[in-house]
Design a protein around this ligand. Structure first.
Ligand code: NAD
Ligand code: MG
Length: 299
């Protein structure tokens, strides 16, 4: 992974890794540190500029990929951060905690399964207590498992995908809302699969469409409380989700090459958007969807 200055003007088609990827199956949820190349989540590349000083963020899926990039950027911008992930991902989560603590910010690690309603309440409670409040919810965790044939798509998978990707948004936000001060921000994570669904992602693509409707409706419902809700819709980003069955292993080698930019995105390329939407700079923006897709535009 290149560790160049991402703030210098340069050709985006050759910025970051743009060669073929090796097939590299892992069992979900996967460990980012075992990936080749290791995704760039801004550990060395992202620079903060005090956009979130004193803020308190909960990031789900914060151990790896896009959630890790958001968590690291939030800490670099001056926020204290709690991250949620699955227990199997402890080693990735500890790396993130190390980066956050090295910046002098608080890092709270809260492993647990978002498909269990009771855990969502516990998660919010622990994050709130550990951080001494909460004013940013970046809900990034997600499940994606490709299945070619609807006849082979189990009810268990459909249910889990909806519980993790959609139900957990209801559960976490219900638990957090009574405690969020005015100015708080909520960011959910959809996908360009909402607009351009692959035939092998029926359940996943459906949840990503549901996330947009949910987030827009919620934005309208709670704007009067001074709380904004926006949606990030990534295109193909190099993360564990994709090599752990999110895509058929055969397409991993050329992951991202069919985008106009011609390569997969790196998680750090979403960092500044998650920061912008969390920060006061986006004060008049709510109920909006933002694509980061390499040109596979969202709608
Ligand atoms: P990732 O594998 O790094 O992150 C997904 C995270 O979801 C995991 O780290 C895991 O901690 C969490 N998770 C999964 N099941 C969970 C459960 N039951 N309980 C708690 N946490 C659970 O991959 P990523 O690509 O960074 O994914 C982040 C988000 O981005 C997801 O919502 C995904 O749908 C979305 N997205 C990714 C891409 C892409 O190409 N990578 C494209 C569009 C959307
Ligand atoms: Mg992970």
């Amino acid at each position: 992974m290149s560790q160049q200055d991402i703030y210098t003007m340069q050709d985006p088609t050759t910025e970051f890794y743009h060669d073929k990827f090796a097939k590299q199956p892992q069992t979900p949820p996967g460990i980012q540190s075992k990936m080749q190349p290791i995704p760039d989540c801004g550990e060395k590349t992202y620079k903060g500029s005090n956009k979130l000083t004193g803020r308190k963020a909960l990031v789900t899926g914060g151990d790896s990929g896009i959630g890790r990039a958001a968590a690291i950027a939030y800490a670099k911008e001056g926020a204290d951060v709690a991250i949620n992930y699955l227990p199997e991902e402890q080693s990735d989560a500890e790396e993130v905690a190390e980066v956050i603590k090295s910046l002098g910010r608080k890092a709270i690690l809260i492993p647990g399964d978002l498909s269990e309603e009771a855990f969502n309440k516990k998660l919010v409670e622990e994050a709130r207590t550990g951080l001494g409040g909460l004013d940013i919810l970046a809900l990034v965790a997600g499940k994606q498992q490709h299945v070619e044939d609807i006849l082979k798509l189990s009810t268990e998978q459909i249910r889990k995908t909806f519980e993790i990707n959609v139900f957990s948004l209801f559960w976490t936000i219900k638990a957090a809302l009574p405690h969020l001060p005015k100015g708080s921000t909520i960011i959910t994570t959809s996908s360009n699969q909402n607009y351009l669904p692959d035939g092998f992602l029926l359940d996943y693509a459906s949840t990503k469409a549901a996330i947009i409707a949910f987030s827009r409706a919620l934005a309208k419902q709670i704007a009067h409380k001074g709380i904004r809700v926006n949606i990030v819709a990534p295109g193909p980003i190099w993360t564990p989700l994709q090599i752990c069955g999110g895509q058929p292993q055969d397409v991993i080698c050329d992951f991202g090459v069919t985008t106009p930019i011609g390569r997969a995105g790196q998680p750090v390329e979403l960092s500044s958007l998650y920061v912008f939407l969390a920060s006061q700079e986006s004060s008049y923006i709510t109920a909006e969807v933002f694509g980061v897709t390499g040109g596979m535009h969202c709608g």
